[in-house]
Write a protein that binds this ligand. Sequence first.
Ligand code: SF4
Ligand code: SF4
Length: 289
Amino acid sequence: MKQITIISGKGGTGKTTIAAAFASLAKNAVFADCDVDAADLHLILNPEIKETMTFKGLKIAVKDPAKCTSCAKCLEHCRFNAIDENFNIKPMGCEGCGVCEYVCSTKAITLVDRISGHAFLSETRFGPMAHAVLKTAEEASGMLVSLVRENAKRLAREQNRDLIIIDGPPGIGCPVISAISGVDLVLVVSEPTVSGVHDAERVIGVAKHFRVPALLLVNKFDLNIQKTEELEKFCLDSGVGLAGRLPYDNLTTEAMIAQKTLIEYSDDAPISKELSRIWELLRGVIDGQ
Ligand code: SF4
Ligand code: SF4
């Protein structure tokens, strides 16, 4: 089973549009939306949920008021300012570190599971999909990414699929590391802007650190040819290959409004043909490994 993750240095680079286009081009694949903080692949793939799981991320402290003697030790030791002056725990601030439970001599505080989100196993018109939603202000999204990836592997095993296409999170944090660890190829989507060059350099650095082969795709390359060339030169100098360039095209927005992939919306448009060529290139790289 092969895995490819599509990532970008920041959000809004067109990563999901590209992942959705690949979904309609791939044969025998599973799709995983690992951008759990801002999941939106489902808006295009319109999955029908078959199974829902609760996701328990960080634990949370709860207090039994009957056992509390107001000694204030918990308030003194909580580094996250999650305990108020009446020694009540503020759920939004609690990081589940367990210090208050440790220092409370009357055992008034215990740590319990907190439901931080839900993971789903679904069917789409292109094949099975694993995805998730994280509750507002919840953390531990790296753990939820791992759960989505495990669910995608389970779907692949159960349905004899030989490829997992992962729509990864933006940035370079823990969720990104969870989304790229152990995959066969990373496609870095970047835009030709000053920050785009900087973001691409950082995210490629992460991929190299984890020894995952990477290729660059410059989206909306025609907005700034000089920055596009700068991006591509950086990649070539760093040993990262070029997957291709996509032009700026209003079709992208039109397809999204129609809740279709670019390939479904207009398979003979130049941008769709280039996406098809890039997909064949990626498939060849993965299959050749
Ligand atoms: S440490 Fe325990 S007993 Fe002391 S104030 Fe906190 S909850 Fe109450
Ligand atoms: S578990 Fe940690 S963060 Fe939460 S209230 Fe206790 S000391 Fe504060």
